[in-house]
Ligand binder design. Structure first.
Ligand SMILES: Cc1cc2nc3c(=O)[nH]c(=O)nc-3n(C[C@H](O)[C@H](O)[C@H](O)COP(=O)(O)O)c2cc1C
Length: 181
């Protein structure tokens, strides 16, 4: 069922949306093997899921959305609809019932819809933004200085292979992390 909406075996990088007093957004890796689950660190997504048990995910290919939501919540202007929460240019959305346990939060499909029709090729610049953003959130949390080199390595791929949107996303990542070239 979830394959239809774009989730496939392995780890799927998506935007997770939880609703509380505000709309909380964060990139998440949805793991699909025999079951569907996500490993949640201590963050607002986890806090809200413990209260509501409802996780929405949006599948989207906008690198700026990944970087901004990694460091702050996307405000309403990023959304095409709020109920269900669907970001502009999302390809699909899925609602899950979430059961938060220690290591993994288990997800049960409730409903979903395909909202986009774009066909998208693999772009190393986009992939590099995602890699840099993963390291960027860890760097911002702990300032492990080794991660800076990794982020800059991915930045070179973004410059070579990415389009305008990837370069903009990487520029924002440098700002959020305070990394200077
Ligand atoms: C591509 C990508 C994937 C991520 N996957 C996860 C994940 O699976 N679980 C998690 O807890 N954090 C993950 N993160 C980190 C969170 O998105 C980040 O810590 C975010 O600030 C949490 O926001 P929140 O406090 O609003 O929930 C990921 C970050 C990126 C860039």
């Amino acid at each position: 069922m979830i394959e239809k909406f774009g989730l496939r075996e392995g780890i799927n990088e998506v935007i997770g949306i939880t609703i509380g007093e505000w709309i909380n957004t964060a990139p998440l890796g949805i793991i699909v093997d025999d079951e569907v689950k996500v490993r949640l660190y201590s963050n607002h997504t986890r806090e809200l899921l413990e209260k509501t048990g409802e996780l929405y995910v949006n599948i989207i290919h906008d690198p700026v959305v990944f970087v901004v939501s990694a460091f702050e919540d996307l405000d309403e202007s990023w959304f095409e609809s709020l109920d269900p929460p669907v970001l502009r240019n999302a390809m699909s959305w899925i609602k899950f019932e979430a059961d938060v346990r220690d290591n993994f939060t288990h997800l049960r499909f409730v409903e979903g819809k395909i909202t986009g029709k774009d066909v998208i090729s693999v772009n190393r610049g986009f992939n590099a933004v995602i890699e840099a953003a993963v390291h960027g959130t860890r760097y911002a949390a702990g300032k492990n200085p080794d991660l800076r080199d990794k982020i800059l390595y991915y930045g070179r791929i973004v410059q070579r292979c990415g389009g305008r949107r990837e370069k903009e996303a990487f520029g924002l990542l440098l700002k959020y992390t305070g990394i200077q070239l």
